[in-house]
Design a protein. Structure first.
Length: 366
């Protein structure tokens, strides 16, 4: 698949798997193991695939190369469904060099009995790989799932290769950081509203991401358009039967807007508008939901109700929540992406000691 004129998708689809990571049911849609060929004067292949699909992947790579030889294999992440094809690639293309973090090379030694010392290029934050006419700039993303993770950014086509930072199923990821570090910009890029082409698994092109995602803005006035609360909610409903109407009624009652259902959205208070926008997100058919400060303007009672609604929203689809509300974060989110000016770190909020890491990052404790 052609992503841009000079970036080609060479990943594979897995329709045999039933539970991803032993817990997420993916029988309906399967899994995609993502890999790309980036073509300049030199050629880089980014990541490999699960062991069961290495031969298919190598065939895809060969087709995309169209007779050229790759100069680099860029390894962003060492989880086996990203890295199982490294040895086969090196055997197929003995002149190619392997680009990865120092930690990743240590993991290769443990996995494969070699760290490819004769061909390794160790990258770190700010490292640039010159492909001739374009550059991959590396961004440290330690513990965005695993400690060795790096992102890379293609300067020519403005594409971010983000490992599996956004690859969870049925999870709620909180996004934290100081004002101005780019949290809302990240949210808009995830939903196709900014950032051009990006290597997100749910869509490389902005239009693809826009079609598959729902973005609830900080200022929800910008996305309330209809003449009544009930029309605002029912607009995105593709089919309306009694069961669907009962579900809509349940949600509207849960957010205390049942008595306001015939009112104009602009007559609502700020907190009521916030709850209406969240109900629209909950009832939408979108596969990915991104919420930007969903609890701003809410009192504790409504925050608790919204927390329960978001937990229900996350059943069957991933949800990302940008928030400064730590009480809400710890109540609802399963992981946190801590975004700083020098990189980012992902924390599993179910792990011991994770809350202290978050509090330290936010400057609440030393």
């Amino acid at each position: 698949m052609q992503v841009t004129e000079t970036i080609k998708y060479v990943g594979v689809n897995d329709h045999d798997i039933d539970l991803f990571e032993g817990q997420y049911d993916v029988r309906e849609n399967g899994m995609a193991y993502n890999s790309y060929v980036v073509i300049g004067e030199k050629v880089a292949v980014t990541d490999t695939v699960d062991a069961r699909f290495v031969d298919e992947w190598l065939s895809n790579v060969e087709t995309a190369l169209d007779g050229r030889m790759p100069d680099y294999l860029v390894v962003h992440h060492m989880e086996p469904d990203h890295s199982a094809g490294i040895v086969a690639f090196v055997d197929r293309y003995p002149d190619a060099r392997v680009v990865a973090s120092k930690m990743a090379f240590k993991m290769m030694a443990a996995y494969f009995g070699t760290d490819f010392s004769d061909r390794q290029i160790v990258c770190k934050e700010g490292f640039e790989l010159d492909l001739g006419g374009r550059t991959l700039r590396f961004i440290g993303a330690a513990n965005v799932h695993w400690p060795e993770v790096m992102f890379s950014y293609d300067s020519q086509d403005k594409v971010l290769f983000s490992a599996d930072a956004f690859g969870k199923f049925g999870a709620i990821m909180g996004v934290l950081g100081a004002n101005g570090v780019g949290k809302s910009t990240l949210a808009r890029a995830m939903c196709g509203l900014a950032g051009g082409r990006q290597a997100f698994s749910w869509g490389v092109r902005p239009r693809q991401r826009l079609r598959r995602s729902y973005y609830m803005m900080q200022d929800v006035d910008y996305q309330l358009f209809f003449d009544t609360v009930e029309n605002e909610i029912l607009t995105d409903q593709k089919s309306i039967d009694d069961n669907r109407l009962n579900e809509v009624a349940r949600i509207v009652k849960a957010i205390d807007l049942w008595d306001k259902r015939t009112e104009h959205p602009q007559n609502l208070s700020g907190g009521q508008k916030q709850r209406l926008a969240l109900a629209c997100a909950f009832l939408s058919s979108k596969e990915i939901v991104v919420l930007d400060e969903p609890t701003s303007g809410l009192d504790f009672m409504h925050m608790a109700r919204i927390a329960g609604l978001i937990e229900e929203l996350a059943k069957g689809r991933p949800v990302a929540v940008i928030t400064h509300d730590l009480e809400f974060l710890f109540k609802v989110c399963t992981s946190a992406l801590m975004v700083g000016r020098d990189g980012c770190e992902k924390v599993d909020l179910r792990a011991p000691g994770s809350s202290k890491s978050v509090l330290r990052f936010m400057g609440c404790v030393r």
